[in-house]
Design a protein around this ligand. Sequence first.
Ligand code: UFG
Length: 324
Amino acid sequence: MKFLVTGGAGYIGSHMVKFLLSKNHEVTVFDNLSTGKLINKNKINFIKVNLLNRKKLDQLMSKKKFDAVFHFAALSIVNESEKKPRKYYMNNVLGTKNLINSMIKYKLNNLIFSSSASVYGAPKTKKILETHQMKPISEYGKNKKEIEKILAQIGKKKNFKSISFRYFNAAGADESAKIGENHKPETHLIPKILNSIKRKQKKVYIYGNSYKTIDGTCVRDYIHVNDIVRAHYYGLKKFRQKKCILNYNIGSGKGYSVLEIINGIEKVTRVKLKIIYKKKRKGDPPILVADCKKIFKDLRWKPKYKNIDKILLTAWQWHKKPFI
Ligand code: UFG
């Protein structure tokens, strides 16, 4: 089959590309190369494009009949979205609208959209179901919610099918250790600590220790990047339905506090970390843990990486490589 992966040089997108190639599909990547790294260059059709350039997008979309589009291209740093709301709106909302409109123009009907647990805001229940209210507390979460709303409206009116996957905290790296998580600047907990270990600084900042959680630090649901990618692939079967406007949580259903993650990293890397407490970060909900009943049942998907130490180990195996 023929697939388009936007953001195919990014963290999750590059894992999706590797997975699709391993299944012998034809893969086209659109990426502006603002972050990330392009791999398998000789096995994919790569086009450098900014989704805000509608004219170029239309030219490109008119040429190929993609069976589905995986849309990963986005800015994804929650804290940065608070400081630069316009930049986030342009990239995440207007860029995605361009993609959707271009798809509709050329009768490409199947879209898999990278949404996020941040659409929910501060949860009202211990575990979050897809039916939980959507009250995002960050600009990033608002961007994702807006696109989900547009997809639902278009899906009712036109023959346009979409699946929005609401990721909890993507973590880990492919076991080949050739691709992994590498944002610039790095703000994510796990890669930030691993970078610090690699640079022999061995320190970690904890943003807030007075949350109402087991140890006062924020709790998150970490899910291995290749489990996320597999869920996307399983999702494709839903496009056989006449109508398809779906959303699914992708998580493990288990939460770990920042301190538990630090302990896990110390175990895996055999390095003792110096902890420095800082004030809370704006836009951080105290606990985010997925209820994944819906995706388990509907897509028959379950995470393969159930052990957090194993996830952390795959991240470390990639991070310790000299080229990052
Ligand atoms: N944290 C620290 N110190 C750090 C970095 C992070 O204490 O140096 C804490 C944060 O406060 C947060 C937790 O570690 O409580 C995880 O933070 P990350 O930055 O790794 O991830 P976020 O939970 O902020 O966000 C991630 C993705 C979002 C997505 C969200 C969904 O980046 O795109 O998960 O759960 F929306």
